[in-house]
Write a protein that binds this ligand. Structure first.
Ligand code: ADP
Ligand code: MG
Length: 143
């Protein structure tokens, strides 16, 4: 087991439906600790930069429009195997395929508007966290 940090977003559909607190609680209840969090409203350019790896995918325009359609809650979460554990709590990208009890199964409305984002590797977690947070905004580990 390794103590890791991952990067998490509650997407505009989650914030719009007033689910931000409920979703952060799920992460906390399962043992992930918030080391940084804030609400932001991304510009189109920021959304395009964040999802640059998907720029060739057919859903890129739809995805980046959606991500700047309203405020989101960005967080850095810490815990044992946080990267994969956070993805497990989120569930599969497509809510129709997400396991029972996962956030996407319980709340997501479609494969595009799927309520949460989570980093897919430790390396990307560090890149994504630093895209939205400065070092001074992340507290030192409280564990
Ligand atoms: P994940 O968020 O589970 O890591 P991906 O990295 O593959 O999934 O995709 C990034 C985001 O792009 C997804 O969370 C979803 O919002 C959107 N997306 C992925 N696949 C599709 C699709 N087939 N149609 C529309 N949007 C999609
Ligand atoms: Mg991804």
């Amino acid at each position: 087991m390794a103590l890791e940090q991952t990067f998490s977003i509650i997407k505009p559909d989650g914030v719009r439906r007033n689910l931000a607190g409920k979703i952060l609680s799920r992460f906390e209840e399962k043992g992930l600790r918030i080391v940084a969090t804030k609400m932001i409203h991304m510009s189109k350019r920021e959304a395009e930069g964040f999802y640059a790896v998907h720029s060739e995918r057919p859903f890129f325009a739809e995805l980046t429009e959606f991500m700047c359609s309203g405020p989101v809650v960005v967080s850095v979460l810490e815990g044992e195997n946080a990267v994969s554990f956070h993805r497990e709590i989120m569930g599969a990208t497509n809510p129709a395929e997400a396991a029972e009890g996962t956030i996407r199964r319980d709340f997501a409305e479609s494969i595009g508007e799927n309520t949460v984002h989570g980093s897919d590797s430790l390396e990307n977690a560090a890149i994504e966290s630093s895209y939205f947070f400065s070092q001074t905004e992340c507290v030192n580990s409280a564990t």
